[in-house]
Write a new protein. Structure first.
Ligand SMILES: Cc1cc2nc3c(=O)[nH]c(=O)nc-3n(C[C@H](O)[C@H](O)[C@H](O)COP(=O)(O)O)c2cc1C
Length: 397
């Protein structure tokens, strides 16, 4: 019998028997012969496996929303391709019998340098939405950044969290509401504020436009309740529209200063690519920056984040932590990002695929797979601690 990769995976995981496999959506190329092993369920072996599983489990609309990028998706692909181009330069005969992956970050002691990036609308991919995500992150011990556009309130998420939470802020044109939102997030126990600065307007998200993407009835951006009708449910994307009622196109460094004056927790800027902006961020006294192109979802044809990272890290020069997200799918990607100056990394789509495939447990497993791959990469490259990971672990290009 010949089976496709997804069928093999579904059968290996026993998902079909558990009624979890979901419909197959498109014909797939034939793969090599496989036979389904019996016995206890082995875990999925890679983050890519979770994507395949999720594609069969979640609606086409949800999958396209998560997977898609802006424009021709050149940046989306480049985020991955740039990691793939980097080669490693291992050292042998190093004692790697003990690995230390702990990292301190803005007052937190994290067991490993992998966080979950803020992503919107988790109820689109799983009925338990962000509550399942928090449970999954908590079980894995990973810090989670709550999105302003969550479909569960930050208070409800914090009530079930045993992992550290940060809050991602889309500054709202209504500044009074923005101030309240920051205070609500702090009161709920969020330990840092990530202000997203790469999205003054919408990106050209053609996949969503073609599907006339909108949140299904009953789902809303609950953290923005009180902002009027526009904040509740998404407006359908159209070809002409660039402004959004829930993004502030007038945001400047002045508002960053204002936010610093009112926030009681450290403030990071999310969406820095240009080293000049990184220098300005350090001068502005922010607590950290996240090198991000929003997973290729806003301005297409900007470079891969891993290519921008060393330039930003050089500007920060160790004065503030630099984090990075975009295209991180392997433990070797985490190693490469740290070598290029990141204190920690964030993942977006992979944990949403985990959530869509297996709920809270899927989120936990995605983190665990990436964490063990990172540990393997550390050991196999002869870098047993985070400080021992520097640019010398990269093969000169
Ligand atoms: C479905 C989806 C929703 C997202 N929602 C938000 C959001 O609400 N706020 C935000 O700052 N970034 C958002 N992002 C961007 C992520 O925080 C992160 O930058 C990106 O996903 C990292 O790339 P990766 O998906 O390749 O790991 C979203 C990304 C995805 C895929």
């Amino acid at each position: 019998m010949r089976t496709s990769r997804r069928e093999a995976l579904v059968s290996t995981l026993g998902l079909a028997a558990a009624g979890l496999a979901g419909p197959r959506r498109s014909p797939e190329p034939e793969g090599p012969p496989t036979s389904a092993p019996s016995g206890p369920l082995p875990p999925p072996v890679s983050l890519g496996d979770f994507e395949s599983l999720a594609q069969g489990r979640i609606s086409h609309l949800a999958f396209e929303y998560v997977a898609g990028g802006a424009g021709d998706e050149i940046t989306l692909r480049e985020n991955r391709a740039a990691f793939d181009r980097i080669r490693l330069r291992p050292r042998v005969l190093v004692d790697v019998s003990r690995l230390d992956t702990r990292v301190s970050l803005l007052g937190l002691e994290l067991p490993f340098p992998i966080l979950l990036a803020p992503t919107a609308y988790h109820r689109l991919v799983h009925e338990e939405g962000e509550l399942a995500t928090v449970r999954g992150a908590s079980a894995a011990g990973a810090a989670l950044v709550v999105s302003s556009f969550a479909t569960t309130s930050v208070e409800e998420m914090s009530a079930v969290a045993t992992c550290p939470l940060w809050f991602q802020l889309y500054v709202q044109p209504d500044r009074g509401f923005t101030r309240e939102l920051v205070h609500r997030a702090e009161q709920a126990g969020c330990r840092a504020l990530c202000v997203t600065v790469d999205s003054p307007v919408l990106g050209a998200r053609n996949r969503e436009q073609r599907l006339r993407f909108a949140l299904p009835p009953g789902m809303e951006r609950v953290n923005l309740r009180g902002l009027g009708k526009a904040a509740g449910a998404t407006e359908r994307p159209s070809e002409q529209k660039i402004y959004s009622a829930v993004l502030d196109p007038s945001l400047t460094w002045r508002e960053i200063e204002w936010l610093q004056s009112l926030a009681r927790v450290p403030l990071l800027l999310k969406g820095i690519l240009n080293p000049d902006d990184a220098r300005r961020a350090v001068e502005a006294g922010v607590a950290g920056v996240i090198v991000s192109n929003h997973g290729g979802r806003v301005l297409d044809t900007v470079p891969a984040t891993v290519d921008a990272l060393p330039l930003v890290a050089d500007q920060a020069a160790g004065r503030i932590p630099v984090l990075v997200d975009g295209g991180i799918r392997r433990g070797t990607d985490v190693l490469k990002a740290l070598a290029l100056g990141a204190r920690a990394v964030l993942i977006g789509r992979p944990y949403l695929y985990g959530l869509g495939a297996l709920g809270a447990e899927g989120v936990t497993r995605v983190v665990n797979v990436l964490k063990s791959e990172f540990e393997m990469a550390m050991a196999l490259s002869g870098r047993p601690t985070l400080p021992s990971i520097d640019r010398s672990v990269l093969w000169p290009s």
